[in-house]
Design a protein around this ligand. Structure first.
Ligand code: HEC
Length: 502
């Protein structure tokens, strides 16, 4: 058998990359996994939760489809954790442990154009969950295109999910005014039929950044409504969540739409009604009339929902899997972004098979005894929607990578340090100085797709390795704009430079 894994060399890197963004003091996860002793204290529970694949939370079935930035442990990582716990949780050589990550409420998108802050709200969610909507005017003088949206929870211990809507009517303002406290309570949507979903947020998700040159339209004078889920037991705690929006400054923008391409009108075996103690499956189908590019998929049901499977059947060729969730969890509904934009050709069908469990075997059933369920926005009613972010297709869309490599490399963060390279525009080669410490170097194109990556390890004394990082060969890159990103390991600094390859 291989050597026993140690905290310093094997376990800390896994937990820091996959767990601590929720499991730190002040985070949504119940315990902090930043320090050795805290982790050892939870070892059995950690082993159980990763072995059963309960943690990290990711309801999408990875055997059906993979996504950008998915939260899934590799089989080797699960084995390492189990092995470590079963072998006495050795600490190992602490000098080899990675730097402890720090968590702040700083913006990751950096510059923004609109800042929406909810008034400070004190949760009263004692024995039941509360879904509170806050309606805030934007006073936008003209339509704008959103290129990035970021939610910064005011109190990340109690903000379980946030849905961002826009509405050009005063409906939500009236609802807000009718309630003496900040905001108003509404479970399903905003309570206004005119509200349009803009963006979903679940804890641990990165800001939504649309591919370069694309964006969602925010209407002139629209109000932004944040619907925030505060879980039972959060009563007495305060929150003031922020929503930051950046508009695109590009002169031509491709509009990204968000809509339920599968909705109640597309149910083929309706009417939508589930009797007491019944398990029932419904089918939906819609034909897509033009070529579109899907950015992401987002199924939506309430508490009776059990499972969903969504796929596309093109006029010719194989079925395209879009998403499968075998064990629906209302509290972890979110957006699943395709790794590359998914083309759906004109004439394709998009279909879903969705099952509801209205028995008492469903631990989330809000009714005991069970009650008949119909369509509606209330907690005790149901919905059957599959939302998509999409736009009309353009040649080359399949090559657009949606990965937060740019964000994690720090390029959108205010902390990244801009520098200028000498060879810009570049022909064949970029010359950099010798890095003083261990560093990685990446080149990504304007869509965020990594086209080159190298790392420099100080232990490696081979001269050719050093020269590789000093003289970067870019002769193979297609002409266009790129970012060069250098991240240093010890100090955790990120430097970037934009350049044009001729
Ligand atoms: C996106 C946020 C998030 C991430 C990432 C995450 N967790 Fe959790 N974790 C939670 C929440 C929230 C709970 C509380 C139960 C719930 O709501 O599902 C929890 C509960 C747990 C529990 C039960 C602890 C208790 O005190 O009840 C363990 C153990 C756990 N997580 C381990 C992990 C491990 C190990 C990872 C990484 C491999 C991880 N979690 C990643 C949010 C997260």
């Amino acid at each position: 058998m291989a050597q026993t894994p140690t905290w310093a060399e094997n376990i800390a890197p896994i937990l820091y990359a996959n767990c601590t963004k929720c499991h730190h003091n002040g985070g949504l996860g119940p315990s902090s996994f930043l320090d050795y002793l805290d982790v050892v204290a939870q070892k059995s529970s950690i082993r159980y939760n990763v072995e059963q694949k309960i943690m990290p939370p990711w309801p999408g079935d990875p055997s059906y489809r993979h996504y950008a930035d998915e939260r899934i442990l590799k089989a080797t990582e699960i084995d390492a954790i189990i092995n470590w716990v079963n072998n006495g949780t050795p600490e190992g050589d602490v000098s080899k442990a990675p730097k402890k990550p720090t968590y702040t409420s700083d913006s990751k998108i950096g510059a923004y154009d609109l800042k929406i802050t909810i008034p400070t709200y004190q949760s009263s969610a004692k024995s039941g969950d509360i879904y509170r909507c806050f309606s805030i005017p934007t006073n936008l003088p003209a339509n704008k295109f959103i290129s990035a949206v970021e939610i910064i929870p005011g109190n990340s211990e109690i903000v379980h999910h946030v849905l961002v809507y826009q509405d050009t009517t005063l409906n939500t303002d009236n609802l807000d005014k009718a309630d003496p406290l900040p905001g108003y309570t509404n479970f399903g949507g905003t309570g206004s039929a005119n509200s349009i979903l803009v963006a979903p947020y679940v804890p641990g998700s990165d800001p939504i950044i649309f591919p370069s040159g694309t964006g969602v339209k925010l209407f002139k004078n629209a109000r932004i409504i944040l619907q925030i889920h505060y879980p039972a037991g959060s009563d007495g705690q305060f929150d003031s969540t922020l929503c930051l929006i950046r508009f695109t400054s590009q002169p031509t923008v491709r509009e990204v739409f968000i809509a339920p391409l599968l909705h109640h009108g597309s149910i083929s075996n309706g009417p939508f009604a589930i009797a007491k103690d019944q398990i029932k499956t419904f089918y939906q189908s819609a034909t897509i009339p033009v070529d579109v590019s899907l950015l992401s998929v987002m199924p939506h049901m309430h508490l009776i929902g059990k499972s969903t499977k969504v796929f596309s059947k093109p006029p010719t060729g194989d079925t395209i899997p879009l998403i499968q969730i075998k064990d629906w969890d209302f509290h972890w509904q979110g957006q699943y972004r395709f790794q590359y934009l998914q083309k759906i050709s004109s004439g394709s069908k998009i279909q879903s098979i969705v099952t509801y469990d209205n028995t008492l075997n469903n631990p989330n059933n809000p009714n005991n005894p069970t009650k008949p369920i119909t369509l509606g926005e209330a907690t005790s009613s149901e919905m059957m929607l599959t939302f998509f972010y999409f736009m009309t297709y353009k040649t080359g869309d399949e090559k657009i990578l949606q990965d937060s490599s740019l964000i994690s490399a720090g390029i959108f963060s205010s902390k990244a340090i801009k520098f200028a390279i000498n060879q810009n525009p570049a022909h064949d080669q970029i010359n950099l100085g010798m890095p003083a410490e261990e560093a990685t170097l990446q080149i990504v194109d304007e869509q965020g797709k990594q086209v080159l990556s190298k790392s420099y390890d100080q232990q490696d004394t081979r001269i050719e390795k050093r020269l590789e990082l000093m003289f970067i060969n870019v002769s193979e890159l297609a002409s266009g704009g790129y970012f060069l990103i250098v991240s240093t390991k010890k100090e955790g600094k990120v430097f970037y430079s934009k350049f044009i390859k001729l």
